[in-house]
Write a protein that binds this ligand. Structure first.
Ligand code: BTN
Length: 324
């Protein structure tokens, strides 16, 4: 923890209470002028810090930004977000930053976060709407010892973690997953997942798991109106993003660890339970053309098993699901 993070921790311990500069300098073993300087840097990050020559300092408002200190406070994971959290006010794509870090040897669990993305990417070369301060734009570096064909399972894990986080935070809402990677509330897309890998023929070297979640987004561009939704639009409330990231990392770690230790069975079952795709009639745009039929199952690698009208089964590895 940095000194500024420790200061925050102390001020939060008794919310609204004053803590003297002298006490802070004693607890942190730094000079009073160092304490004063750190208060300046916390104010720059938009924390509300009141100071009084006689009483000391107190925290009056949290920072609205998704700062690493905010995420670390109360984070219970063992490795996701535990070491490096790389934070950007703006970047082109958090997946790009995570890939650079992974290629340079970043450890498993490295987390990249941005307040805004200028080139947020979705699947199939689409863009991801990433206005400042409104969403979660996060990417994780993972190093699973799996073959490249298994990588889509990590997309499923990210979908489960996201859907479960939303169900827990907003019980009673119709949260579900649309194959392969869309998380929906009702008919609106609230989150998307972009998994990218670097691998040789039989082993993944690293995997970057990118996730975009519309949290406080109030307006979408015309092409997304009626398709995308956000938590703020669904609940009418502005939400604190840090607890959502913590819950997400916790669930992600639980399912990822279960997958590595127990195999894909439990995770695939959970995904099937959260999906609204299976058992319904769908049309899928695949790289080889359009297919329609009934979505019957997920195969062991996360591919979609579709039964066409002649009763033949097809396994679809990549595609976009729509109504027929
Ligand atoms: C999709 O639904 O097509 C996937 C969208 C993934 C968006 C996230 S936002 C964080 C990360 N960085 C990116 O550029 N994309 C992913």
């Amino acid at each position: 923890m940095s000194t500024a993070e420790r200061i925050l921790h102390i001020l939060r311990n008794d919310p609204g209470a004053w803590v003297s500069g002298e006490e802070l300098s004693r607890l942190l073993r730094v000079s009073r002028s160092a304490v004063w300087k750190h208060m300046g840097s916390l104010r720059k990050d938009d924390y509300g810090i009141e100071s009084s020559p006689r009483k000391g300092y107190r925290l009056t408002r949290n920072s609205p930004w998704l700062l690493p200190a905010e995420i670390r406070e109360g984070l219970q994971t063992s490795f996701l977000g535990r070491e490096e959290i790389a934070y950007f006010r703006e970047t082109d794509s958090t997946n790009n930053r995570a890939k650079e870090r992974a290629a340079a040897g970043a450890s498993e669990g490295t987390l990249v976060i941005a307040e805004a993305q200028t080139g947020g990417r979705g699947r199939k070369g689409r863009s991801w709407f990433s206005p400042p301060g409104e969403g979660l734009y996060v990417s994780l570096v993972l190093r699973p010892r799996i073959s490249p064909v298994e990588a889509p399972k990590i997309t499923l894990i990210a979908g489960i973690a996201t859907a479960e986080t939303l169900i827990e935070a907003f019980p009673g809402r119709d949260v579900h997953i649309k194959w392969p990677n869309d998380v929906l509330v009702g008919a609106g897309k609230i989150a998307g997942i972009l998994t990218e890998i670097s691998s040789d023929m039989d082993r993944v070297g690293y995997l970057v798991s990118g996730l975009g979640l519309n949290v406080n987004t109030r307006r979408f561009p015309p092409e997304l109106e009626g398709i995308a939704t956000s938590l703020a639009m669904e609940t009418g409330r502005v939400l604190d993003r840090a607890p959502l990231v913590r819950a997400l990392l916790q669930r992600y770690e639980t399912w990822y660890t279960a997958f590595l230790h127990e195999g894909p069975g439990p995770m695939l079952d959970r995904w099937k339970g959260l999906s609204r795709t299976l058992g319904t009639r769908i049309a899928v745009e695949t790289p080889r053309g359009r297919r329609s039929g009934i979505a019957r199952d997920l195969d062991g690698n996360g591919g979609l098993v579709l039964e066409d009208d002649a009763g033949r089964m097809h396994t679809i590895i990549s595609g976009d699901v729509g109504t027929p």
